[in-house]
Design a protein around this ligand. Structure first.
Ligand SMILES: *Cc1c(COP(=O)(O)O)cnc(C)c1O
Length: 410
């Protein structure tokens, strides 16, 4: 979204017109931005055999999956349902990484039947997998490197108290099981969490990979997970992708020479690809003056965008109905009956009831974490593609709330 000739536009389409056409609340995604982020990733790692597996959980709309697939992405699924969405969107089984945590083992069996790449994240399942498939079906192993990195603790997954992965200190047990059942380990995986800004964290992961890789002669890929950070506000520290690309590719290629074979370099970005491409549009329902604060109430809330309350995430907010108004101080709040502040003490250009606000960086973990809390309906989703706003999910209707409910005769 950019300001052009006094109007906010996406690919030249005025955002206020999109709100008028499809109504609010509304999620709007910019296909160009998604593709350009994807191409940036591919470019910075172009000196390696890089494969980008889009983390479906960030934003799982079929049209978004199709868009990324069309441009060459694979997919990273953390549930069997996500895997089925990816298959439905046209990904072939071999393009899908299945990386669940604490999912029932039957999901892994189903994923094997489907032909997905399986990523195993605990010793118990590695044993089960070995006993069942032996060398007949390969798997990847998710390691926990004991690195505390990234943003919010809830999204840090690579530290010693995290439930994710098999500890690198348990390498002997891993090798015992692998040897006992003759398991073909085709990949090693680490995902340390989200919002990592330092190249050094990835280089440290690389060192860990490289130190254990020699124990696994059948590798075809090394998967660095994700964690690339994007800017949520001006001046935010972000992952320096060019620096990371240069240094990591160099050390990866050197490692491949030592390993004796070219391996694929995998990543599983979610946020990096779709966060900045998305906005959540909401209508100002009420401007409420209190003796200390001016609240702006909108027709959305934590039911549609959980990140501010869940992770204390900052999402920039813009009054797109009044781009040239005088800046004033507001606290923007949702319509949910519990505290659901979307932005506290923000400067917005003067807000009037009926104005449309755009909440930025809403592409990742926005719609995909939305709920029906307060029996509110989930919003529609629109993708701006080739300079045209296209509906990719209709807004829920009241009937959707009743769907599946069984009314007892009382
Ligand atoms: C959530 C997740 C990702 C994506 O993380 P982002 O911060 O959105 O890029 C990648 N891999 C796995 C295994 C995940 O659980």
């Amino acid at each position: 979204m950019e300001l052009k000739d006094g109007h906010y536009v996406i690919q030249g389409v005025p955002v206020t017109a999109i709100a008028a056409q499809f109504g609010t609340p509304l999620y709007v995604y910019d296909a160009e931005k998604i593709v350009s982020q994807f191409n940036t990733l591919r470019m910075v790692f172009s000196n390696a055999d890089v494969k980008i597996k889009y983390a479906i959980k960030a934003l799982s709309n079929l049209s978004i999956l199709k868009l990324l697939h069309k441009h060459g992405a694979g997919a990273d699924a953390v549930s069997i349902q996500e895997a089925h969405l990816a298959l439905k969107a046209g990904f072939s089984p071999d393009e899908i990484m299945f990386s669940p945590n604490c999912a029932d083992f039957s999901e892994i069996e189903e994923a094997v039947k489907l032909g997905l790449t399986i990523n195993i994240d605990n010793l118990s399942y590695l044993k089960k997998f070995g006993a069942q498939y032996r060398s007949a079906y390969p798997c990847s192993i998710r390691l926990n490197p004991h690195i505390l990195a990234g943003g919010n603790y809830k999204i840090s997954t690579g530290h010693s108290e995290s439930k994710f992965g098999i500890s690198v200190h348990q390498l002997p047990q891993i090798l015992d099981i692998v040897n006992q059942y003759n398991i073909r380990v085709s990949g090693l995986h680490i995902h340390t969490g989200s919002d990592i800004t330092e190249t050094e964290v990835f280089l440290k992961m690389a060192e860990i990979f490289f130190s254990v890789a020699t124990d696994f002669p059948d590798l075809s890929f090394i998967d660095f997970g994700s964690g690339f950070k994007v800017a949520y506000k001006e001046g935010d520290a972000v992952t320096n992708m060019f620096d990371l690309g240069l240094k990591l590719t160099e050390s990866f290629n050197e490692f491949c020479r030592q390993y004796g074979r070219k391996l694929e370099l995998w990543f599983e970005p979610g946020k990096f690809l779709v966060s900045e491409a998305g906005i959540l549009l909401a209508k100002v329902t009420v401007v409420k003056n209190t003796p200390s604060i001016t609240f702006v109430g909108v027709n959305t809330g934590l039911n549609h965008l959980l990140r501010p309350m869940m992770y204390d995430a900052y999402h920039h907010i813009i009054n797109i109905s009044n781009p040239t108004g005088e800046d004033k101080q507001y606290t923007v709040v949702g319509y949910i009956c519990e505290t659901d502040t979307l932005g506290a003490d923000r400067k917005l250009s003067e807000v009037r009831e009926g104005d449309i606000l755009a909440i930025k960086n809403a592409g990742a973990y926005g719609f995909s974490m939305a709920s029906n809390y307060n029996s509110r309906l989930r919003p529609a989703e629109v993708l701006v593609l080739n300079n045209e706003a296209k509906l990719i999910r209709q807004a829920e209707r009241f009937e959707d709330l009743l769907d599946g409910q069984i009314e007892l005769v009382l």
